[in-house]
Design a protein around this ligand. Structure first.
Ligand SMILES: Cc1ncc(C[n+]2csc(CCOP(=O)(O)OP(=O)(O)O)c2C)c(N)n1
Ligand SMILES: [Mg+2]
Length: 377
């Protein structure tokens, strides 16, 4: 079953209809732009640090995919839970990670999210409701399904959300996760980022059936949206999260986009057909959203420039702080590697005005009233 939401695109080859959500205030829209810009600018700063030799290993980014992690995570409430992958920095920021902690993480510094234990993208701040990234693809889907099972057993109106690329759908774990979620109608939202390549493998060599169509075979809806349209991603995710909270089970959302940079900074992308990047460049999610804010929502050039300048300042200051952060103390190397006691995740930031202004109390806190029994996720 393929549902049509705010907008759809088959293969990204034609300009899709633009989605627009009625659930967003002007301030929400400014925030969506701000988070996308923070992701773009932070990753640009990180790649410079990488080229300066300050980042060990390689560097991975989500340039051009900002609308997906920002639009999807924006719908979540504080007690919802996330499993975030390597192209989804925007989701970390929406939940409350700051650019200085991200940049320090890539440089292996003490003030990075993992305190220097991972000089890369395998992080997730458990205090903000996010699980540390698991590299085996798409095993974060299993983790999200497990959390969704715990949430369902507790009968709480909460949601688990996970991201993965289209390449990861060829792995058996993807099918097991969807099957289990479908059987138990679990409150989980699967965000599939179809960026047309899995390293150098193009989609026509990855699968014979579009992965979004798999959802129907596991008993729940699959939706395709334009992944370069932040409001289309937001709207599809909002509907999916709502379904999940009401006990109607999972949704798979396929976001069509393009991996605009190499798999990692070491990859020259020589396998990408001529003209493909240029074509997608014209659909850059940030440029498009700025255009829409100007044309449809009355944002002036000055307002847009000041949002951008504020983000530039924030990232420049963050880089200074990250560079000033010391290397971790060697004696801390083994601390926190293994769980010593059971501790549920903390709650994340939830900037969507719906949660702050409109949601009834039980939704604002996802039903977490005082004195409830111990949490499970
Ligand atoms: C089980 C497994 N096999 C191989 C890898 C190595 N690997 C890391 S990223 C990647 C490509 C993934 O492609 P896709 O899922 O489309 O995500 P994208 O990088 O395009 O966002 C591969 C093969 C891995 N991490 N896990
Ligand atoms: Mg891919």
């Amino acid at each position: 079953m393929k549902l049509d939401h705010a907008s759809s695109a088959d293969d990204g080859s034609s300009e899709p209809e633009r989605g627009s959500s009625e659930q967003l205030t002007r301030e929400d829209r400014a925030q969506l732009l701000r988070y996308m810009l923070l992701m773009r600018l932070s990753e640009e700063r990180a790649i410079t640090l990488y080229r300066q030799g300050k980042v060990p290993g390689s560097f991975y980014d989500g340039h051009g995919q900002e609308a997906i992690s920002v639009g999807a995570s924006f719908v979540l409430a504080p007690r919802d839970r996330m499993c975030i992958l390597h192209r989804d920095l925007g989701a970390h920021f929406v939940r409350g990670v700051t650019p200085d902690r991200y940049l320090a993480n890539y440089m292996g510094r003490a003030d990075g999210v993992t305190g220097g234990k991972d000089g890369n993208m395998h992080f997730g701040d458990r205090n903000l409701g996010c699980v540390g990234m698991v590299s085996m693809l798409p095993d974060m889907a299993q983790v999200a399904v497990g959390m969704a099972l715990a949430i369902k057993m507790e009968r709480e109106p909460r949601v688990a959300m996970t991201f993965f690329g289209e390449g990861a759908t060829a792995n058996g774990q993807f099918h097991e996760a969807l099957n289990f979620a479908g059987i138990h109608r679990l409150p989980v939202v699967f965000i599939l980022e179809n960026n047309k390549f899995a390293y150098s493998t193009p989609t026509e060599l990855e699968y014979a059936v579009d992965p979004v169509d798999r959802a129907a075979t596991y008993g729940f809806p699959g939706v395709s949206v334009d992944g370069n349209d932040v409001e289309a991603v937001f709207e599809a995710s909002r509907v999916a999260a709502e379904r999940a909270r009401q006990g109607e089970g999972p949704t798979l959302i396929e976001c069509h986009t393009m991996r605009m940079h190499g798999h990692g900074a070491h990859d020259d992308m020589s396998y990408v057909p001529d003209g493909m990047l240029e074509e997608w460049e014209r659909r850059d999610p940030i440029d498009r959203y700025e255009g829409r804010l100007r044309e449809q929502h009355g944002f002036t050039d000055d307002e847009l420039a000041s949002i951008r300048q504020a983000c530039e300042r924030e990232v420049a200051e963050a880089a200074e702080r990250a560079l000033a952060s010391p290397m971790p103390e060697p004696e801390l190397a083994l601390e926190g590697v293994f769980a010593e006691r059971f501790e549920p995740l903390g709650d994340g930031q939830a900037p969507w005005s719906h949660w702050a202004e409109r949601a009834p109390d039980d939704q604002r806190t996802n039903g977490a009233g005082a004195g409830r029994k111990a949490r499970v996720a």
